[in-house]
Design a protein around this ligand. Sequence first.
Ligand code: ATP
Length: 372
Amino acid sequence: MGIDPARASDTPFLRIEGVSKNFGTFPAVKDVSFDVAKGEIFSLLGGSGCGKTTLLRMLAGFEDPSEGRIFLDGRDMAGVPPWERPLHMMFQSYAIFPHMTVAANVAYGLKHEKSLSKSDRAARVAEMLDLVQLSQFAHRKPHQISGGQRQRVALARALARQPKLLLLDEPLAALDKKLREHTQFELMSIQQRTGVTFIVVTHDQEEAMTLSDRIAVMDKGEIKQIGSPTEIYEFPTSRFVAGFIGSVNSFEATVAAREAPYLRLDVPALGGQFMARDVPSAQVGQKVSLAIRPEKLHLSKTRPDGVNTAQGHVKDLAYFGKDSLYRIALAGALVQAHAVNARRGDEGARVADWDDAVWVSFDPSAAIVLVD
Ligand code: ATP
């Protein structure tokens, strides 16, 4: 069943509507709904077993949803076999054939395109090799190229069929860290040049943050939050998301008063009252968490003006060159603060040293109140 043509203009490119998947009595994916726009890079991010691969496999047609529907380009995918879906799934292992040349591996992606003439087929392969900058390696075998280049062969093969949607399962997992960073940018550039919509499954938060237009953070089969990398990092809506993406200092607190646009909180571990960004769902008297990213904690040797200050001393520090990570012992808590080493080449490059008495402070707008 398709979507009413009259509504086609507001039809999202991909719509996942109330999708669940049970394996026996085990719910691997629970009532997931979201839309993806054409040309987006959308990531499913979560720890092992959270259901992201199962969701990807349902998009590809390798698994049927127990409940819910999937629409691609306005067409209901129920009952449509994988090979008839206008998408391609790139597996983690790449599945590159070792006995075939790079060009033959890419051409293999076109084996179902019976209508393509021999010369069109060769032209498409050449175009794809050019796209992933492997033209000069066309006649090499996979063992004669690097891991990053093999990843690009798989990508060229996947894109050769000109899918509308490319599903990528942990696309960079087989690469070492340096190559992974480099390949992330290549993937983004190839996506921009082709305009193909990418759905990426990853457990690597940095990868998701770098690659994605939007991220869906998953836990135990559920989507906890969907947003741009900035929204997910700056405005997490739950303790799970705040803790999963980046580092965070978090404290138990009670809402003492609403003082728009802030909340006043009692924070025993910090020894007093602190102000934080208001969240409408928080009620006065409610127990909440106050979360602050390490780089939002300001360190100084003298008492800063304004609200949200606490005194302590440097218990530990790790010097990374351009910045340092401090562990500060406050009256009732140990907090992490990340600060740039501003000055060069002298002892004063660090804000503070071991055992120094310091003040920590933070802007109320940088403090996150988490209710869930
Ligand atoms: P990973 O990053 O480890 O691949 P994931 O988030 O992709 O994890 P899934 O592979 O989607 O997780 O699995 C979600 C849950 O469903 C897991 O608990 C897994 O054991 C279970 N599961 C997946 N496939 C099956 C199956 N065919 N039969 C039974 N249980 C399954």
